[in-house]
Ligand binder design. Structure first.
Ligand SMILES: NC(=O)c1ccc[n+]([C@@H]2O[C@H](COP(=O)([O-])OP(=O)(O)OC[C@H]3O[C@@H](n4cnc5c(N)ncnc54)[C@H](OP(=O)(O)O)[C@@H]3O)[C@@H](O)[C@H]2O)c1
Length: 282
């Protein structure tokens, strides 16, 4: 199996680069080797490398900036996955791709299922959904792992921002009415490896730890585990306006993936403890 990994410098891509290595040789171009906004360069790269497994962890993930920089987000999140799916269809390759809880409309309190109606609230969510739909319509052998609130010991993310702010602030106001499950990039990579190795049936699967929390609950647990005295005050989303609207309900039912892989996903608290330890020991 020859694996092409895109996005190796990102949170998920970094973890995939080490976790997937027992599965076969990996070609992992960085931005300096392959600009993914360049459709022709991607076409030529695919023709030269001829992968039979593409794992696409590259994306435009700047949610607020996507409201302005629509065309870049569109290319990375929708055009690129479509192009990769076309290659996979024509070359009998498998495509593994990552989707987002931001494709859902965020109403109610019931966890979303893979069959739930979508309804993105932001340009980011719209472009991610377009990418998913292009893959699904392509006829390619595909796995779409839809995840939420990704963080890791590397890159920029909520956990690292909270730890940085805790150095100088005694209290912080943090949104408490958006509910979901923080997902470490390491867990995503581990489950991806299992899914590839066990030849998981093609389709869309939710992937997140069990349990739920708010951003404020997440921050409280980060401070508690890191031994910080910073107080996390709950505020509503309306008190923290952002260019892009976020879903209030990001709960995702993961039973389809757990059943298909015969695994039990861990809870978000235990995953935070592992990720935080990794970060603090660096
Ligand atoms: N972050 C979240 O909270 C979240 C939540 C749900 C789903 N997801 C999805 O999970 C997947 C992985 O997310 P992540 O958080 O790991 O993303 P990330 O850390 O932002 O990494 C994105 C990757 O894409 C690469 N990239 C972007 N534009 C590029 C270009 N023009 N040419 C070459 N490379 C380019 C980046 O390279 P550089 O390092 O060079 O910029 C980086 O390696 C994405 O599909 C995302 O939509 C993320």
């Amino acid at each position: 199996m020859h694996i092409l990994l895109l996005g190796k410098t990102g949170q998920v891509g970094f973890e995939l680069n080490r976790t997937l290595s027992p599965l076969g040789p990996i070609t992992a171009p960085g931005r300096e080797d392959l600009d993914l906004t360049n459709e022709r360069a991607v076409k030529n790269y695919l023709a030269e490398t001829q992968p039979n497994l593409i794992v696409n962890a590259a994306a435009w993930t700047a949610v607020d900036a996507a409201e302005e920089q629509h065309s870049e987000a569109q290319r990375l999140n929708a055009g690129l996955p479509e192009q990769l799916a076309q290659y996979a269809t024509a070359n009998n390759a498998r495509l593994v791709h990552y989707s987002s809880d931001y494709v859902y409309p965020g109403n109610g309190t019931t966890p979303w299922q893979e069959t739930s109606a979508t309804g993105p609230l932001s340009v980011y969510g719209q472009t991610k959904l377009q990418g998913d739909e292009a893959i699904q319509q392509s006829g390619a052998d595909n796995l779409i792992l839809r995840t939420s609130w990704v963080y890791s010991a590397r890159c920029n993310n909520f956990m690292k921002t909270m730890l940085r702010l805790a150095e100088s602030k005694t209290e912080l106001n943090i949104v408490a009415d958006q509910i979901g499950a923080p997902t470490p990039a390491r867990l995503i990579a581990q489950v991806t490896a299992l899914a590839i190795h066990s030849k998981l049936k093609a389709g869309l699967y939710h992937l997140a730890p069990t349990g739920e929390t708010s951003w404020q609950g997440f921050a409280k647990e980060i401070f508690r585990l890191a031994g910080k005295n910073t107080k996390a005050n709950p505020i509503p989303t309306s008190d923290y306006p952002t260019p892009a609207q976020r879903p209030l309900n990001s709960r995702m039912d993961t039973i389809k993936l757990e059943t298909a892989l015969n695994i039990q996903l861990p809870n978000w608290q235990s995953q935070l403890a592992l990720t935080l330890n990794e970060y603090l020991e660096k």
